[in-house]
Design a protein around this ligand. Sequence first.
Ligand SMILES: [Zn+2]
Length: 339
Amino acid sequence: MRPVFQPCLINGPFGDPGLHVDVLFERRALLFDLGDIAALPPRKILRTSHVFVTHTHMDHFVGFDRLLRLCLGRERPLCLYGPAGFIERVHHKLAAFTWNLVENYAVDLTVTACEVSADMTRLQSATFNSRERFARRDGRDAQLHAGLLLEEPAFQVRCVVLDHQVPCLGFALQEGAHVNVWRNRLEELALAPGPWLKGLKRAVLDGAPDDTPIEARWQEGGVVFGRTVSLGLLRERAIQCVAGEKLVYVSDVAFHAENARRIVELATGADLLFIEAMFLEEDAAAAQRKFHLTAQQAGSIARAAGARALIPFHFSPRYAHCEPRLRAEAQAAFGGVVT
Ligand SMILES: [Zn+2]
């Protein structure tokens, strides 16, 4: 099955961090980190509905202006998530421009900024609307459950608070499970496909009990056929549930036991783990001073998480002449596929 998420690092491994993820069948995209996004074509930027910012060091947030500029006049709202202090950062960004003519746009743009408290218990939000010249309106202060930021039928996004001397978020994008229906096995049960399969899939995904009645109805030559079957029978005979894809993005973290534990928990079973690897292990002292990982540390975390593939990035420019060494080091510690 074709993966629903189409991830692409916006810049090379030495450029500003940023991951653009197109969501197939939804005509939209998610962004993880917001460094320099000049390399992204405007049509891709315009598809962005949600942006997840690890922290607001310049190389992770400088792309805000370009994103905003392109989205002005766009109908779809823009929602950004970040760590403690994030709403104030967004507010200041918006307050840095003069908005006296913004009312001339045919449609108004709503920017919502959400921030995760440092103890990961609260999610605070504020909205800024172009019609009001982006004045700040504080919204709900909600409880945050297990880091769940966004839950939609197709996927969910979770976060974890990590330490980069400042709070820094790591993100996991998890696709919902797929329910595959075997056509031939339906035939064995004297059933045929129809719109009823949608309800069946919903019942499976909602974890409905086996005795749930499913109304299987379909049309053939204008005649309606069908009968009621139990979900249990269909579960046993005609369907297969497959876990969705999991993609994890971690950038800018100190190497210590608590960070490693939290990243491993977030990234367990990830299909793709994007993780910073700024230094070589021989420069571990510099990595520690700057609250970053070495390639070896990134590889060992990926291994502990049981990730299927590792994509190290955010390399220090000091290694521009020896990029393969960083990858080789990450690969040796990880022991799996490094791309
Ligand atoms: Zn940083």
